[in-house]
Ligand binder design. Structure first.
Ligand SMILES: Cc1cc2nc3c(=O)[nH]c(=O)nc-3n(C[C@H](O)[C@H](O)[C@H](O)COP(=O)(O)OP(=O)(O)OC[C@H]3O[C@@H](n4cnc5c(N)ncnc54)[C@H](O)[C@@H]3O)c2cc1C
Length: 498
């Protein structure tokens, strides 16, 4: 039986492990952290659970091919799915813009805010509607398709292709400027920062969300990853945690073994690096097997920016009844920057639908503050001075609590800071380059990437995970983990067993 060594126990690594076992390989997952999940995780503080990932999961809709894949890897086994009423609500002065799941409701509520924008709202909603039934391709990867399959694949994109192209060619600010009402402009523009970021990150999530394809599995991110771990172990896979791979042994164009930080050696026939691309190319491969696609992107952060975030967990000693699950509200003088500009809003998410995340009568709230290239560099410097780094985390935490109390006076005295994660937290725990929580962010100048994961010059090792198909996300990790095993099956001249 051939052996596959998988470096990284995030969603891509776990998926690769499960499909390796299902296809008759012997596999072993080696994970740096003490637990699996990678960036799909959550952590406990003072009796509260902070979910560190899933705000929406594409593929929760029964019957879709992605849902079947999530089911196959045990991610959603027996899990209740929570369908929030709105993706997000954005306050602008005395107006609240709701991104409702019900597209008719969204449309009518926006027209009520701004009758003068009726036509542009209708066009926007029509474009969202076209994406509602779009299923993220999760069958065969392009490099394994024959000509006929490729023709069929491109034909299947004929309705959504034009919409995706349309929003890929305009910036989010250009999209926002089509609306006359400042509240609608503000709500749309707040999705990504000003600049050359494309409008795709607004239209795609709204398509899947309003189409009922993306919701939230109850229990959250950590439980999802642990269910996948169970599936993997039940299938006979072996997992070693707290095992960081530091070195690859290469002989005649093949990897023969890998060495962990404690000196332990793992040999195999095939190797899958289900971790950050930079860790692979510049760390494990020591820059000796560069990939032009990735080089281009790392050398041009203006067109291929990375994003991370500051992620705060806050305890609220009361229940939340009437605040939308995810809300953006205006703040002043916060002294926190996002893409080099003072932050003028905060985005909160509360988990009143997850009673197990907080003690009886209480609620956990998270805040995500996006951080882009300028801030990522700042965090890299700051972490070198641990006391200053911790002071900054605490300062941000207290500033957010004060802003929260100003917006919701009834919360005064009932909020407590639980935890502040920074881009450096993701770097430290997940080996995420610059703390990136997704792959390269889409911009107008940046070209799309769909990579097979093959390492030029090496025959038996692949990259897998979110970096193969920016901007990444959980479905990409899932699909690419499966795809990598499909490629190995092809090399072994055996049918892939789904
Ligand atoms: C705050 C936040 C919110 C998010 N929200 C969503 C969301 O709502 N929906 C969504 O779809 N996505 C979301 N994402 C993105 C999603 O979490 C990632 O896209 C996905 O988890 C990436 O999975 P992966 O397996 O490709 O990589 P990772 O999760 O990065 O896994 C890589 C694994 O490899 C391990 N590793 C690295 N180097 C080594 C080494 N040398 N040796 C051994 N192990 C190693 C790491 O520890 C890690 O466990 C969010 C991410 C964050 C941080």
């Amino acid at each position: 039986m051939k052996k596959i060594i998988i470096i990284g126990g995030g969603i891509a690594g776990l998926t690769a492990g499960i499909f390796a076992q299902l296809n008759g390989f012997q596999s072993q997952i080696l994970e740096k952290h003490h637990t699996v999940g990678g960036e799909c995780t959550g952590w406990d503080r003072k009796g509260y659970h902070i979910d560190g990932c899933i705000h929406w999961l594409v593929g929760t809709k029964e019957g879709t091919s992605l849902r079947k894949l999530w089911d196959k890897v045990g991610a959603l086994d027996g899990v209740e799915i929570y369908h929030p009423e709105s993706f997000m609500a954005v306050e602008y002065q005395d107006v609240t813009v709701h991104f409702y799941r019900d597209l008719e409701l969204l449309k009518n509520s926006w027209i009520e805010i701004s009758p003068a924008d009726e036509n542009v709202i209708a066009e926007f909603c029509q474009d969202i509607k076209k994406l509602q039934s779009f299923e993220v391709p999760s069958g065969k990867p392009l490099d394994l398709m024959n000509i006929l399959e490729k023709v069929k694949f491109y034909f299947s994109l004929r309705h959504v292709g034009p919409v995706i192209n349309k929003y890929n060619k305009i910036t989010i600010s250009e999209l926002a400027d089509r609306f006359k009402h400042p509240a609608l402009r503000y709500a749309i523009a707040s999705f990504v920062p000003e600049g050359n970021y494309s409008a795709l990150p607004i239209i795609f999530p709204l398509g899947t969300f309003t189409g009922g394809q993306s919701s939230i599995p109850i229990g959250g991110s950590r439980k999802l990853a642990l269910r996948m771990q169970n599936r993997y172990l039940e299938l006979g896979g072996t997992l070693k945690t707290s095992c960081e791979i530091k070195q690859l042994e290469i002989e005649q164009g093949k990897v023969s073994q890998v060495t962990a930080d404690n000196g332990e050696i793992f040999a195999g026939d095939y190797f899958i690096t289900a971790c950050d691309a930079k860790v692979l190319y510049e760390g494990l491969l020591d820059g000796k097997y560069p990939d032009p696609e990735f080089e281009t992107r790392y050398n041009n952060p203006a067109d291929y920016p990375l994003a991370s975030n500051i992620y705060l967990g806050i305890a609220y000693q009361d229940k939340i009844e009437s605040i939308p699950r995810t809300l953006k509200f205006a703040v002043e003088n916060l002294d926190i920057k996002e893409n080099n500009k003072p932050l003028d809003f905060l985005q909160m998410t509360h988990y009143n639908y997850e009673p197990d995340f907080a003690p009886e009568g209480c609620t956990v709230i998270t805040f995500a503050i996006n951080q882009y290239e300028p801030e990522l560099a700042k965090w890299e410097d700051l972490v070198k001075d641990k006391p200053a780094y911790n002071r900054e985390k605490n300062r941000i935490g207290q500033a957010v609590i004060s802003a929260m109390e100003r917006r919701f006076p009834e919360m005064q005295g009932k909020l407590e800071l639980l935890d502040v994660a920074t881009p450096q937290t993701y770097q430290r725990y997940c080996n995420a380059y610059r703390g990136a929580f997704m792959a390269f962010w889409p911009t107008l100048q940046g070209k799309e990437l769909s990579h097979s994961g093959k390492i030029n010059g090496l025959d038996n090792i692949w990259l897998s995970g979110q970096w193969l198909q920016p901007p990444g996300g959980l479905p990409t990790a899932l699909i690419t983990g499966k795809d990598t095993i499909m490629r190995i099956c092809k090399l072994e001249k055996q049918d892939f067993n789904m």
